[in-house]
Design a protein around this ligand. Structure first.
Ligand SMILES: NC(=O)C1=CN([C@@H]2O[C@H](COP(=O)(O)OP(=O)(O)OC[C@H]3O[C@@H](n4cnc5c(N)ncnc54)[C@H](O)[C@@H]3O)[C@@H](O)[C@H]2O)[C@@H](O)CC1
Ligand SMILES: Nc1ncnc2c1ncn2[C@@H]1O[C@H](COP(=O)(O)OP(=O)(O)O)[C@@H](O)[C@H]1O
Ligand SMILES: [K+]
Length: 535
């Protein structure tokens, strides 16, 4: 399991390590040594190679001095460039570099960065050890000028220690600009900001310098990086004597006259991850789109506005629901008034004044309630317009049954659900807090996708892929998660495996078609291949 940490978590881990007998100096030595090994591997034969280490005032600078020593000892020609670091005899790592006679330049003596530009121009490698986790405010002034000397395209290889200087360790924000690195070697554990944009882009390739950290402490906290090893065990087994009933039935309620394709993409997504049966529910306009997936069965429902479902569809739907193990609700459903009313009733969220409900049970004294009584919904993926409509319902999160849904918002839908103009900078914390408060699994989608469980667990998917930045890919994901729910996966696991398989299918599409021009439907045939690869 690869943990991802915030500054607070990392500092706590370091303290725990010290409590277990480590020393601060020893940790820095481990970190610097690990980074130096990565640097040396990149340099090739170090003899005659020129390395500039940019050394800042804190422990990140301390790491830089350790790297400088090891790279020097391996045979490279190392120059140190100090920003805001005062020499003190207690600075043992600086002292060791002095003993070795490494060249030193002080930024204070180089106000126009003339010396630095010359050093950079002649270097094979620049090590950025200006700021790490301690970055606490926007970069400006002389620091900004120093960082500007590293601008691409003409520059040597840039390796950042722990974080590119200027990138916020918690959020990945870089408000005043930051070093744009070719690779970043995280010390101990990757910081959250390395996975979130723009930090992810500024970090380049991610590598790790191992620190000995207390395992018991590591088990209990923090985000997990979503990787094959974590999700492989979640793949549903396919016994040879299985039948379609073994793999669950998914009901997809999606699409409208304006967005019929969403219904097809969600249905096919569910079928392509192995669901036993997929049924498309909707009005005439939507059912027509199922022609593209002859394997799907149909549940015709009464139409409201524009071919979307309206409240008249409830009775029919409620009759069918007990036969399904998962529901996908919302892709391309539209946001018409009638559909809103339908959703509100389906979820048991009528205005408290008019209806009384306990969980999903509706006041049995009401005739209307008897007619439309909502059964317990199966595990449900709520996506797209389903989320937009939900966001309009007053106090929805206090009244929606907990632990029943996987919400799959993109950032715009997340804003609406939270009722805010702008999402907070820390997207991981935002997703985690929302999951806890709402009691639902939240999949906050984007180039980096965050999967958060109400119990505090969360996984981060490092899956940037511009081939996915096209309409309909989210509909496929909703179907995929629904297909996995139907096969019996718990919501958090279905969401995690779903995001992973969606990303893996997308990577396969990108490998053949490149960054642009893929269709969401191109993901569909790649989903079984992604599963095969994972199994
Ligand atoms: N604590 C430990 O034992 C270890 C720490 N490690 C290293 O230590 C780093 C964290 O060290 P620190 O906490 O000293 O933090 P930094 O080395 O990131 O620097 C903090 C200093 O920079 C200043 N600063 C922050 N943002 C600034 C800005 N925008 N403009 C100007 N000055 C700014 C702060 O006021 C503070 O003086 C990690 O990233 C990692 O590289 C590693 O050596 C592993 C072990
Ligand atoms: N640059 C990107 N890198 C990786 N994944 C992306 C990128 N852009 C979009 N995605 C993914 O594509 C999907 C888009 O979903 P969504 O925004 O709901 O689109 P739609 O509603 O059109 O289907 C999400 O799973 C998201 O994580
Ligand atoms: K750095």
């Amino acid at each position: 399991m690869q943990k991802i940490v915030t500054q607070t978590e990392m500092y706590a881990l370091e303290h725990a390590a010290v409590a277990h007998g480590a020393t601060w100096e020893g940790l820095m030595e481990q970190a610097g040594w690990g980074v130096a090994q990565v640097a040396l591997a990149r340099l090739g034969d170090p003899k005659g190679r020129r390395v500039v280490v940019l050394v800042g005032p804190g422990n990140n600078g301390g790491d830089g001095l350790v790297v400088a020593r090891h790279v020097h000892d391996a045979g490279a020609q190392v120059a140190l460039y100090f920003w805001r670091r005062q020499f003190a005899p207690s600075d043992a790592n600086w002292q060791r570099c002095r003993t070795r006679g490494l060249a030193e330049t002080m930024a204070a003596d180089d106000p126009t960065q003339t010396s630095l530009r010359k050093l950079v121009a002649e270097a094979d490698l620049v090590v950025d050890a200006l700021l790490g986790m301690g970055t606490s405010r926007p970069v400006e002034g002389p620091l900004a000028a120093i960082i500007a000397t590293l601008q691409p395209p003409r520059r040597p290889l840039v390796l950042a220690i722990d974080l590119p200087s200027g990138v916020d360790a918690g959020t990945g924000a870089a408000p005043g600009g930051a070093v744009c690195a070719d690779l970043t070697v995280a010390t101990g554990l990757p910081k959250r900001g390395l996975l979130l944009y723009p930090g992810r882009r500024l970090a380049g390739t991610l590598e790790l310098a191992i620190l000995e950290l207390p395992h018991d402490y590591l088990e209990t906290t923090m985000s997990d990086l979503l990787r094959a090893a974590e999700v492989q065990p979640l793949l549903p087994a396919r016994p040879p004597d299985a039948h379609k009933g073994s793999f669950g039935k998914v009901l997809v309620l999606a699409g409208s006259l304006h967005f019929p394709g969403a219904a097809y993409l969600a249905c096919a997504g569910a079928a392509r991850v192995g669901a036993g049966l997929v049924t498309l529910a909707g009005g005439r306009a939507v059912l027509g789109s199922a022609m593209r997936l002859p394997e799907a069965t149909l549940l015709p429902l009464a139409e409201g506005d524009w071919g979307a479902v309206g409240p008249g569809a409830l009775a029919e739907l409620n009759k069918a629901l007990p036969n399904y193990q998962a529901l996908v609700l919302g892709p391309g459903m539209g946001q018409g008034e009638a559909t809103g009313e339908f959703l509100q009733r389906l979820l048991g969220l009528e205005t408290p004044k008019s209806r009384v409900r306990v969980g999903f049970l509706i006041d049995s004294n009401s005739d209307e309630a008897t007619e439309n009584a909502a059964p317990d919904l199966p595990p449900t993926v709520l996506d797209a317009d389903g989320l937009n409509l939900l966001a309009k319902i007053e106090e929805w999160h206090e009244r929606l049954p907990r632990e029943r849904f996987v919400f799959t918002p993109h950032p715009g839908e997340m804003r609406r659900l939270l009722g805010v103009e702008q999402l907070p900078a820390d997207l991981v914390a935002t997703a985690c807090e929302a999951a806890k408060r709402w009691g639902q699994v939240v999949v906050l989608k984007g180039a980096t996708t965050i999967i958060a469980s109400p119990d505090g667990r969360n996984r981060i998917h490092d899956g940037a892929n511009p081939a996915l930045a096209t309409a309909g890919t989210g509909d496929v994901l909703a179907g995929v998660i629904g297909g996995l729910l139907a096969q019996g996966l718990a919501p958090y696991d279905a969401a995690s495996l779903g995001v992973f398989l969606h990303g893996a299918a997308a990577a396969r599409v990108r490998a053949t078609l490149g960054d642009a021009g893929a269709l969401a439907s191109d993901l569909l045939p790649e989903l079984p291949r992604a599963m095969l690869e994972l199994r």
